[in-house]
Structures are given as structure tokens and as C-alpha cells.
Design a protein around this ligand. Structure first.
Ligand SMILES: [Zn+2]
Length: 360
């Protein structure tokens, strides 16, 4: 039973400004846009000493109740920050319950599902988000249905099934899987847990910024991460903005979004038809649904989009593994971006968001 009230929250469309009450069935705006969460938040205190790890550690800044976060908690977050020399730091989000940073968002979405009275979550994903949602649903006592585009890596499918989720394989473009998952989620008691659409996913990824602040004692000059649907970048932007508002840091880090030469819509490259088995499958999103918000965040932070080649990603992946950090290709893409000459000054935090076993 709830032991604390849920925070005051509603939904608002960033495209047409329509507002909605928060509900299980409200997946997107009538205009088709994903929705933003509007919530009352309080400043974070300077010291979080004595608080347990997990999203409730940052309860002032995350619009979910402690009771639901506890019921969905599997240990996501508080991942190591490893100094790599030359001001570079690897944020080891591949050390997570299901092996990817998506656990941050999935923990928040599972908590929201509990608060809204769901019995089942429905998600579409090429792999890591689905595994994260399936695991957190299992933890929270929710059923999970996962719609996966055909061609998703076998290791990821095995992991999703292991958590007990029902898996539906769908042929054709990635968007078809999203449409089917949205249709399925219209049934009563089901909640659409998409990392691209569900705004609670970003409540979870905010924690990345708060942890970096705790680990460095300041905001880094630059934060580098691979971007597909932007669910990490948007959470990180909101998280640092909250730290600025709380008076704990004086500025936003430069946000560097890394994309693959095979799929770089944020760099203004025309989307190519995406074949299966792309090396960096985790960021092969030709039309990110929150593209405008992603671009705005990058510009507001003074950041940029960096496009890397598969050859650079392979080299970065080998280099990291030889240094003791075995990550999946999508995660290595971020490292490829900082391996080039002429990198910037100060602390640079690079997110390594997926484990090597995801794509052996
Ligand atoms: Zn709208």
C-alpha cells in the first residue's frame, strides 16, 4: 500500500501545448507528439549523505513516490565513474541490473505503472530497453509484452525472454513495432512503457546527472553519449538544469550526441533505409520522436552532434576492452568520438551504456 502521496503531475504536449491529466491510457498527444511530464520539484540538498542508492535518493527532483520506486528497485544507478587519464572519465552504466543504462528509465516507468494501477506494460524496442522493462516489470509484479523488430540481436532476445516477457517479433521498419505496441497498450490495465514516448523514462535518466555531480563534486565540462531516441540525453539535460536551479552547479555541461554514419538524423543526414544487423543497432533510429527537444538541448548546452564510422567504433571497442571495459558497439560509439584528436579541456564524461555480452 502507498506510504507517501504521489507528487502533483500532469502531461503537456511540447508541440501544441495541449494539457492532459496523467493516466494509464494517455500515450501521446492527439497531434501525435510525445508528451512531457509537468511536475512540482524541489531543490536538491547539497548533501545526500545517509540516503540509500536508487532513484528515491533524488526524491526532490524525480516525480515518483518512494513506495513505487522501492517496489521497482533492482539496483539501477550508482554506476562507477572510472578515470581514464587526460580528464576523460568512463561512466560505467553497462554495470547495471540488465547490462544497460536503460535500467534507469525502466525503473521509473515500472514505478509509474504501479502508481497508475497497471497490471501489464507493453514496450517496443530493439533490445536493451525491452530487457530493462521486462526485468523491472518482473520485479514490480507486472506482466510484460515486448514487440521487437525482426533482426534484433539474438542475445538480447534471449535476455528479454528469460525475464518472462511475452515476445512478439514484427517484420518491416522499426516504426511498425512502435505502432503495434501502442495499439496493444490501449487495452485496459496496460501501460505503454516506451523509452521514446513514456515521459517517466526521462525521470529515471535524470539520475545520471545527479550521480555525476556526486562523483565529481561538480558538473563536467563535457558529457558525451550515443543518441538514438535521446532518452539519456534528454534526462541528462533536465537533470543538470535541475542542479543549476538548485544552486549546486553554475552551468550546464556541453552535451555531445554521438551518432553512426549509418544513421545520423540529428546531423541532418537523410535517413537511409536501415538494414538489419547494423553494428551500432542501439542508435539506429531514423526518426527520433523527440528530435526537436534533443536538438534544442544540444544547442542550449553549447554542444554538438558527432558522427562516427563503424571502423572508428570497432577500434574504440577493442581499445576499451584492452583497458578492461568490455562494452557493446553502441556504447563504444561514444568513446570513438573522444578518441579523435583535438578534444576539449576539463572533465569529459563519456557514457558506456551497454555491456559487451549484449553483442558478443
Ligand atoms: Zn500536441
Amino acid at each position: 500500500m502507498p506510504t507517501s502521496p504521489s507528487p502533483n503531475r500532469s502531461l503537456r504536449c511540447p508541440a501544441c501545448a495541449t494539457e492532459y491529466e496523467l493516466s494509464l491510457s494517455r500515450v501521446a498527444c492527439e497531434c501525435g507528439s510525445p508528451l512531457d511530464l509537468v511536475a512540482e520539484r524541489r531543490p536538491l540538498p547539497r548533501s545526500l549523505e545517509g540516503r540509500a542508492p536508487g532513484l528515491s535518493r533524488y526524491r526532490e527532483a524525480i516525480a515518483l513516490a518512494d513506495w513505487s520506486l522501492e517496489r521497482a528497485y533492482l539496483g539501477a544507478g550508482m554506476t562507477p565513474l572510472v578515470a581514464m587519464g587526460g580528464g576523460l572519465h568512463a561512466k560505467c552504466d553497462f554495470i547495471s541490473p540488465t547490462g544497460s543504462f536503460k535500467d534507469r528509465g525502466a525503473a521509473a516507468v515500472a514505478a509509474a505503472a504501479l502508481e497508475l494501477g497497471a497490471v501489464e506494460v507493453v514496450v517496443d524496442s530493439s533490445g536493451n530497453a525491452a530487457a530493462a522493462v521486462a526485468a523491472h516489470a518482473a520485479r514490480a509484479g507486472l506482466r510484460a509484452t515486448v514487440v521487437v523488430p525482426e533482426g534484433a540481436p539474438e542475445a538480447k532476445l534471449a535476455q528479454i525472454r528469460a525475464y518472462g516477457a511475452a515476445v512478439m517479433l514484427v517484420r518491416g521498419p522499426r516504426e511498425r513495432a512502435s505502432q503495434l505496441a501502442m495499439d496493444l497498450s490501449r487495452h485496459e490495465g496496460r501501460y505503454y512503457a516506451s523509452h521514446a514516448y513514456n515521459p517517466f523514462f526521462l525521470e529515471g535518466t535524470r539520475s545520471w546527472a545527479f550521480e555525476i555531480f556526486e562523483q565529481l563534486g561538480a558538473a563536467p565540462e563535457t558529457a558525451v553519449m550515443p543518441v538514438g531516441n535521446g532518452s539519456l540525453l534528454l534526462g541528462v539535460f533536465a537533470g543538470f538544469a535541475h542542479l543549476v536551479d538548485s544552486g549546486l552547479v553554475t552551468r550546464m555541461p556541453r552535451l555531445v550526441a554521438v551518432q553512426s554514419e549509418n544513421c545520423a538524423p540529428l546531423a541532418g543526414r537523410p535517413a537511409r533505409p536501415l538494414g538489419h544487423g547494423l553494428y551500432t543497432d542501439g542508435i539506429a533510429i531514423s526518426k527520433p520522436v523527440r528530435a526537436r527537444a534533443i536538438r534544442d538541448a544540444i544547442v542550449a548546452s553549447g554542444g554538438e552532434v558527432v558522427v562516427v564510422s563503424d571502423a572508428e567504433v570497432r577500434e574504440a571497442r577493442h581499445w576499451l576492452a584492452a583497458a578492461g571495459l568490455w562494452v557493446e558497439p553502441t556504447a563504444a560509439a561514444a568513446w570513438a568520438a573522444v578518441s579523435r584528436p583535438g578534444k576539449s579541456e576539463g572533465h569529459i564524461v563519456v557514457n558506456l551504456g551497454g555491456a559487451g555480452f549484449k553483442c558478443p
